[in-house]
Write a protein that binds this ligand. Structure first.
Ligand code: AMP
Ligand code: MG
Length: 333
């Protein structure tokens, strides 16, 4: 009995002394570079994370013939996995709370602009008008894991897929015993725990007017930090810039005077959906939604360069520029 007790003590001491090493991995998936960094003894967790990213990519890429989004878009009516149903349900919930500013049925409009295939063109107003007739999240019928959409409607999860992936990777790492990690899926960041020797992770927010610069930094832990901005994907024609975040009301690049929106939330899925939606909605409507909600904070950069930060992250936001803090209550009368 004494021997067992001694062995247990030695084992506990060894575990306590084992030093976490830094392991990193870069992966190209979902059309972007993904950087994973963990402080752990379990290097294998990174290979498992890579496999998980590839699995979700295959599931959600609407161009993958064996994926479920492809299946829905082709068959218009399908039985899907509980997982895909859950992501679509999360997307529909963002649509509802943003009055349709977020809408995964935007696919036919994305196709017209060439943002999906990469052959950019400016569609005519007539083309946009008829494509918009097929857009509308309320057209999706989802019962359990049975889904159907009208004949000319299509689903595009580009606005929420990376956030969902970051949630899955964060869960996978935590379940593998990793309690300090930072993952960046093409700029969509998810932080686990804190950086060793620090009380958080510092996440930079790109300057939408000059990607090589930052407009500020956030110190966070156990949060997703996800940015949407017109500067992330665009083309120019005849001196006009057309970007990839579409206002479902017009079928055109959202023109809300915002250059970028960063959403900070526990859930990457929510943060991703909301960042796209708030970009479409503009500062006033986004502020109103923030005041009605308790599951996210945000940093807004206007086209003018002015920065607005919601109260919940004001203390952990640092910038060389002036910024305005958006408060829950504007005035006490
Ligand atoms: P994000 O970078 O997360 O803002 O997502 C942009 C991507 O979401 C685009 O490339 C499209 O695939 C898709 N998208 C564009 N506009 C919308 C919208 N209003 N609602 C939902 N998804 C959208
Ligand atoms: Mg998004």
């Amino acid at each position: 009995m004494r021997k067992v007790f001694l062995a247990l003590i030695i084992c506990l001491l060894m575990c306590g002394c084992a030093k976490n090493a830094e392991y990193t991995k870069s992966i190209f998936a979902m059309d972007t570079v993904m950087d994973l960094k963990i402080y752990s003894e379990n290097e294998e967790a990174l290979s498992n994370a890579e496999a998980e990213i590839k699995r979700i990519e295959a599931l959600l890429d609407r161009g993958n013939k064996s994926g479920e989004i492809y299946k829905i878009n082709e068959s218009k009516s399908a039985d899907i996995s509980a997982e895909t149903a859950e992501i679509i349900r999360a997307a529909l919930s963002v649509s509802e709370r943003t009055d349709g500013a977020f809408d995964i049925t935007i696919a036919p409009v994305m196709d017209l602009w060439g943002f999906y295939g990469g052959e950019f063109r400016v569609p005519s107003d007539g083309e946009l008008k008829s494509a918009l007739e097929n857009v509308g999240y309320e057209k999706i019928q989802l019962n359990g894991s049975s889904i159907s959409i009208p004949e000319s409607t299509g689903i595009d999860l580009g606005g929420i897929g990376k956030g969902y992936t970051s949630d899955c990777i964060a869960n996978l790492l935590k379940n593998s015993g990793v309690n300090s990690a930072i993952i960046s899926l093409g700029g969509n960041v998810h932080a686990i725990g804190t950086k060793p020797g620090s009380d958080g992770w510092t996440v930079g927010i790109s300057d939408p007017h000059d990607k090589s610069q930052l407009i500020g930094k956030l110190k966070i832990s156990d949060k997703a930090v996800i940015t949407s901005g017109g500067y992330q994907r665009y083309f120019e024609q005849d001196g006009i810039t057309y970007h990839h975040i579409i206002d479902p009301k017009t079928g055109k690049s959202a023109d809300s005077e915002l250059a970028s929106v960063t959403v900070i939330a526990d859930s990457g899925t929510t943060a991703d959906g909301l960042s796209t939606a708030l970009f479409v909605m503009g500062l006033d409507k986004a502020t109103k939604l923030w005041r009605e909600s308790d599951d996210f904070d945000a940093v807004f950069v206007e086209d003018s360069g002015r920065i607005y930060v919601t109260e919940g992250v004001a203390d952990v936001f640092e910038s060389d520029d002036d910024f305005t803090v958006i408060k829950r209550i504007t005035s006490l009368q």
